[in-house]
Design a protein around this ligand. Structure first.
Ligand code: PLP
Length: 367
């Protein structure tokens, strides 16, 4: 060896690229590319953050107790089973992989899964096993039976985003139960519920039901989406006692700052703000879906805070639509990296942004 060499798998990782935020030459932009909240954070969270900034000379409480207790209180959970992640929930998903994967292990992922799962898998020299999804009338859905068929003696982890990004579809409570029931007890089922608060379907469970009952289920949540705190970089996981014991040994000793602890605790307690964001989202998600379908585009049903729009190959393809909207300052997310090169993902925005995006898509289709 002539140079320092990383672990096998790391150089197979494609760099994660986030949603764009600027358009050269366009002053006013509407960023609908990263599933951020059009309502922003709770004012109580901002006030708590500002107050916490008065004592920056002190090390934080390394156990994030205040935050974990606030989360536990809001959702009726055991604070000892909550692990807080001060870099967002993405790195918590990676922390789980770091703790449990060894070279040669297999991780089951759906075809259009969040890219972080594959990155975390490869970073630990494990092998992603990618399972095709099914196209249905309502959209592209994870295939539970196909996932169970992919289980082998090497399987260690199964990652599911529920609802999934970027498809917007979700597994029902019964489907998730079936998936879990088909896994051996040593396989960890990781339910990433980053968009769970947006789901209003009665047959959905955010993951807590399974996580409460079983020693091999983890649920992760984020402050980045419905709480409108993406810049704060804060997430949490609800895990079995044995898993919290493992994660607490390898996480950073001061994994959340006092700013995160205080702002996060205030945000989670402001259930009225969360309800307002969910109501805004439900209203405009339906409106956008209907309006965009009316101009002749296929829009998948979504349970989250974004919709997936399909374009036909040719002069009105996804690339042309993206360029057309960009020229008006409307930024969508290309999802070619997720195996959906003919689609764009549109985040539900403010009323103004939603109306402009729908009008731009109409003009594009008529141009
Ligand atoms: C946005 C998102 C997250 C949350 O990311 P953070 O690191 O907490 O900002 C997690 N999972 C999925 C599927 C997401 O789309």
């Amino acid at each position: 060896m002539t140079q320092p060499t990383p672990k096998p798998g790391i150089l197979d990782i494609e760099l994660y690229v986030g949603g764009r935020s600027a358009v050269p030459g366009v002053e006013k932009v509407y960023k609908l590319s990263s599933n951020e909240s059009p309502l922003g954070p709770s004012p109580a969270a901002v006030a708590a953050l500002t107050a916490a900034a008065q004592n920056l000379q002190l090390y934080p409480d390394g156990s994030s107790l205040l935050l974990r207790e606030a989360i536990a209180k809001t959702y009726g959970l055991d604070a000892a089973r909550i692990v807080a992640g001060g870099e967002g929930s993405g790195p918590l998903l990676t922390l789980i992989a770091n703790a449990y994967l060894q070279p040669g292990d297999e991780v089951i992922l759906s075809r259009h899964a969040f890219l972080i799962y594959e990155i975390a898998t490869r970073a630990n020299s494990a092998r992603p096993v990618i399972v095709e999804e099914k196209t249905t009338n309502s959209g592209i859905r994870i295939d539970v039976d196909a996932m169970l068929t992919a289980v082998t003696a090497q399987t260690k982890l199964v990652y599911i985003a529920n609802p999934n990004n970027p498809t917007g579809s979700y597994l029902t409570r019964d489907e998730m139960r079936k998936l879990h029931a088909g896994l051996p007890p040593h396989v960890l089922l990781v339910i990433d519920a980053a968009y769970g608060e947006f789901v209003d379907a009665a047959d959905y469970d955010i993951g807590l039901e399974l996580a409460q009952q079983h020693g091999n289920v983890v649920m992760t949540r984020t402050f980045s989406k419905i709480h409108g705190l993406a810049a704060l970089r804060l997430g949490w996981a609800y895990v079995p006692h044995a898993v919290s014991d493992v994660l607490n040994r390898i996480r950073g000793p001061f994994s959340t700052s006092p700013l995160q602890q205080q702002a996060g605790a205030a945000a989670i307690a402001d259930t009225a703000h969360v309800a307002k964001a969910a109501a805004h989202n439900a209203k405009w998600r339906t409106w956008l879906t209907d309006e965009i379908r009316a101009v002749g585009l296929r829009v998948d049903g979504s349970a989250a805070n974004f919709v997936l729009i399909h374009f036909a190959p040719g002069p009105k393809d996804a690339k042309a639509a993206d360029a057309f909207l960009l020229a008006r300052g409307i930024i969508l997310r290309g999802v070619g990296a997720y195996g959906l090169p003919d689609c764009l993902r549109l985040t539900v925005g403010t009323e103004e942004a939603n109306r402009l995006a729908a009008a731009a898509l109409r003009d594009f289709m008529q141009s």
